[in-house]
Design a protein around this ligand. Structure first.
Ligand code: FES
Length: 225
């Protein structure tokens, strides 16, 4: 959940129209729902518009309301309920740091401190160069690799101060960093040796799994060793 207050923007309006490519996509989305359930398209249409604009402006709401044939207030009800919609312009990257209990216990405050040190922002602020907006998020469902954060569609996991600082510094320098564990862990496999299901019960020999080859790690293609 963003720490920034979610207010309906005031008088300022920003013209909005889907790009030609997104208009085709919007019509594809709209056509997926029965006419009587057109309002079901509000969520994906808002998401599409936000991916194009970076945020949901009043003009976006009115466009989506027009397309789904509902009153704009119904679209506002959706846009203000879900924290994934930005109701104000944000930076080029939206850095959402999970500070919920498991991530907090594992050091999310160090991740926020790293963002503060690199970008010079507090939670709810956008950096002076417009590169990032820093937000606080509730549990993002990756507690097993806590602490973690989300940037766009990517998760960055197993962070500490130094790893978070390295990630943020790379962003500032325009370098891409792949998502996933920043500690080299494979998915949610143990950091060290396996502690359970160390053998494959489906083989007579009871072959031994490793952190890399176990199905839980997304491995298994090579089978147990
Ligand atoms: S508490 Fe951070 S991902 Fe669940």
């Amino acid at each position: 959940m963003s720490a920034a207050p979610k207010t309906i923007p005031g008088a300022a309006n920003t013209p909005f129209a889907f790009t030609a490519e997104n208009q085709v996509e919007a019509e594809r989305i709209f056509a997926k729902y029965p006419v009587a359930r057109a309002r079901s398209a509000i969520l994906p249409l808002l998401d599409l518009a936000q991916r194009q604009e970076g945020w949901v402006s009043r003009a976006v709401v009115e466009a989506v309301a027009s397309m789904t044939k509902v009153a704009p207030i119904m679209v506002w009800e959706v846009a203000t309920f879900y924290t994934m919609y930005n109701l104000e312009p944000i930076g080029r990257f939206h850095v959402e740091v999970c500070t919920n209990l498991p991530c907090w216990l594992r050091g999310s405050e160090d991740v926020v401190r790293a963002a503060r040190d690199v970008f010079g922002v507090e939670i709810g602020q956008t950096s002076a160069d417009g590169l990032v907006t820093l937000s606080q998020a509730e549990c993002l469902g990756a507690c097993v690799n806590a602490p973690m954060l989300q940037i766009g569609d990517d998760y960055y996991e197993d962070l500490d101060y130094d790893r978070a600082k390295a990630l943020f510094t790379a962003m500032k320098q325009g370098r891409h960093v792949n998502g996933g564990s920043q500690a080299g862990r494979r998915c949610s496999a143990p950091m060290g040796d396996l502690t359970s299901l160390t053998t494959d019960p489906t083989t007579p020999e009871g072959g031994r799994w490793t952190a890399e080859s176990s199905p839980a790690a997304g491995g298994g293609a090579d089978g147990p060793r």
